[in-house]
Design a protein around this ligand. Sequence first.
Ligand code: UD1
Length: 419
Amino acid sequence: MTSFIICGERKLSGRLWIHGAKNAALPILAAAILHPGTTVLHQCPDILDVRSTLKMLEFAGCVIHKEADTVIIDAADIHPCGFPTDWVSGMRSSILFLGAMLGRCGEICLDYPGGCSIGSRPVDIHLKALEKMGVTVVESDGKIHCCSSRLKGCRIRLPYPSVGATENILMAAARAEGVTVLENAAREPEIDDLCGFLCAIGVPVCSDGRGRIWIDGNSRTKDAVYTIMPDRIVSGTYLCAAAATGGSLELPNGIPAHLEAVLEIFERMGCSVERGRRQGIYMKAPARLKAAGHIHTAPFPGFPTDMQSQIMAVLAKAGDVSRIYEHIFEDRFKTVYELRKMGADIWTDSSMAVVRGKEKLYGARVRASDLRGGAALIIAGLAAEGETVVENGLFVERGYQNICGDLKKIGACICHTEN
Ligand code: UD1
């Protein structure tokens, strides 16, 4: 078992370069099979979920070459395949192979995806949209069978701006006959990155920036080189670590527009924040943070659900009362029980948490139960007096390339052990 051991109460200050975004890399890797040639991806993070996705690409027939953070994918020879159940059930993003394989091979049989247990995470929106594009969907024996002899471009209006459904439709539409017009699409920056990649491989994609995207599937694809965007959630996590310890942090490649809703919360807590014109974020925290009032998670440009646990850890030591409302996932407050072991005063029901900031948190043995919750426990450990052990650290390594090394660079006392 991987655990993180943290000696807390050290002020974190310095400068960090942020690696490529997990939630952009995973759909872009799946989309690489749409082009029967070579794609070169720079700034591809070396994290568990990326390694699993590369394994799936190889299983489907891709030849992969990896050099530092560059991945070269030759997808000339793809065959329709079903992936081993444990690969698919271990990772939510395996669902993105639906759109990609349908686009390239016209068929796929996939187990229901797994991933962090933060809610029920259905895929009905994905499947309904694909049916509209001419896909026959059969769900049986815990598997989803999809096939289509001819994907058709059409007009699709999503009932909710689901990130995963938007990505699946973009990929299927990239190889469909005619133009697809997608309305009420997700607007997360990772969606823009996938659109950017599709354009790079020769698929005309145009977005109005307000949830409407046009995809023309009629063009021939071409070889491409693409650089994945920096990870906004890793940026936000490190800013939380610095804020919780009364420190300061510069992120030269952090993109302020991707994190505006989070930066506004730091300002509410009394931090000073400087934003570069396109890139660059600098944040300096006061000795004691103020409460943040009410925070509501929402689709982009709202406050990201993926930052909810980390901001809660910061608020556990900030001012008086803050309230967090979780509107995306119904089971995303599990970390509360672990934070309480460290002295945090948090009351919660399934959709709201009331956090009363305490002067001090205390080191304890705690257990991560999902990726961002694990990161939140590390943040609390950094801010707490004494030693904290975060068990189940593997969750954290699914999304952070080198969280120990990065935090050490800015003054943290943290290491990880395997036993
Ligand atoms: C979500 C987050 C994304 C985050 C990712 C990983 C939002 C809007 N999405 O993306 O930012 O990076 O988790 O933690 O914040 N839903 C359905 N049916 C479907 C698909 C989704 O009911 O077919 C519901 C989900 O249960 C959830 C909501 O829609 O309540 C958002 O889901 P979706 O955006 O699809 O989730 P992810 O793609 O996993």
